[in-house]
Design a protein around this ligand. Structure first.
Ligand code: SF4
Length: 135
């Protein structure tokens, strides 16, 4: 799977959930709360591959999946630097696989915290992530 296909596919899944929640009258707070990991594994098992094995990408309480991935992530499948962090966050790092460089965000919690989600909130996930494809 390359970044672009994940991005497109995830965007579709995200907007289907949002459409459903909006139809059911959810407000912004209720939408964000719906995306809490504990709720998502129960009701949206297809949203993330990790849900099937009840695994979290980050072992924290109150993991929120609304902003998976991250608006600071930059990718381009055609370049040798396939991804990087636009804010050079100190909790992220670059990893080398052969001649390709990828961003490793496994130690960074920025997009999973509610305050960050509130600050960046939009019903349209693609809008929030609009810079990600600009690597
Ligand atoms: S290191 Fe953190 S801020 Fe940077 S792209 Fe990854 S998750 Fe986002």
């Amino acid at each position: 799977v390359n970044y672009l296909s994940w991005f497109k596919n995830h965007s579709k899944k995200h907007s289907l959930i949002i459409d459903k929640l909006l139809k059911n009258g959810y407000d912004q707070t209720e939408i964000i709360d719906y995306f809490e990991y504990d709720n998502m594994i129960l009701h949206e098992s297809d949203f993330c591959l990790l849900y099937n094995n009840k695994v979290k990408c980050h072992e924290i309480d109150k993991l929120n999946c609304f902003l998976c991935g991250c608006p600071n992530f930059r990718f381009n499948d055609t370049k040798e630097i396939k991804s990087y962090c636009s804010i050079s966050c100190e909790d992220g790092k670059s990893v080398q696989y052969g001649k390709f460089t990828h961003q490793d965000c496994s130690k960074c919690l920025i997009p999973h915290k509610k305050e960050f989600i509130l600050k960046n909130f939009d019903h349209d996930w693609k809008k929030i992530m609009k810079m990600c494809e600009s690597n």
